[in-house]
Design a protein around this ligand. Structure first.
Ligand code: IMP
Ligand code: MG
Length: 183
């Protein structure tokens, strides 16, 4: 069935990824993860807040027994990474001996995930991998290896489908490029 066209938010210059493209890709990711972890129990670690929508769509595509947990990290103010990562909310359950899949909205400089992976490794999980919805490879300051990536995108500041600018736009159902601030 053809989707009705969603009117673009006035502060968005164009849609980079449509709802249809996102749904299709998440189906593929779900199938791939379900195959790779067949016979295991997966613990999805959702990185708040940007990953909530991605995580909730992704987990419904998994055919595995899985549990979810949440972490909140902070390294951003507005559009710039500060490089200093702080744990604002930690896991509720132990990571020891578990197959952990970190679900992140976007990899930009890589600083957040690089810090997080070092942190989680010390807790002795059985396995530890990353599933990132978006990846901006041009922006990397430190190397991060994500086993699963939804889409590689150019170096643009994007919002929607969970991603924000100063806490706004998370509810847009598509991923859009934010217009430059009006003078
Ligand atoms: P990194 O530490 O630079 O890789 O930043 C990762 C975090 O920055 C993500 O989890 C997002 O919250 C945020 N971020 C990076 N790029 C964007 C963007 O284009 N739009 C919205 N948030 C972004
Ligand atoms: Mg984030």
């Amino acid at each position: 069935m053809k989707q009705p066209t969603v009117a673009l938010h006035p502060n968005v210059s164009r849609a980079l990824l449509t709802e249809d493209q996102i749904r299709e890709r998440i189906r593929e990711l779900g199938a791939q993860i379900s195959r790779d972890y067949a016979g295991r129990n997966l613990t999805l670690v959702c990185i708040l807040k940007g990953s909530v929508i991605f995580m909730s769509d992704l987990m419904r595509e998994l055919t595995l027994p899985c549990t979810v947990d949440f972490m909140r990290l902070s390294s951003y103010a507005g559009k710039e990474s500060t490089g200093v990562v702080r744990v604002m909310l930690d896991l509720g359950e132990t990571a020891e001996g578990r197959d952990i899949l970190v679900v992140e909205d976007i990899i930009d400089t890589g600083l957040t995930l690089s810090y997080l992976m070092q942190n989680l490794k010390t807790r002795n999980p059985r396995s530890l991998e990353i599933c990132a919805f978006l990846d901006k490879p041009e922006c990397r300051k430190v190397q991060v290896r994500a086993k699963y990536v939804g889409f590689q995108i150019p170096n643009e500041f994007v919002v929607g489908y969970g991603l924000d600018y100063n806490e706004e736009y998370r509810n847009l159902p598509y991923v859009g490029i934010l217009k430059p601030p009006q003078a």
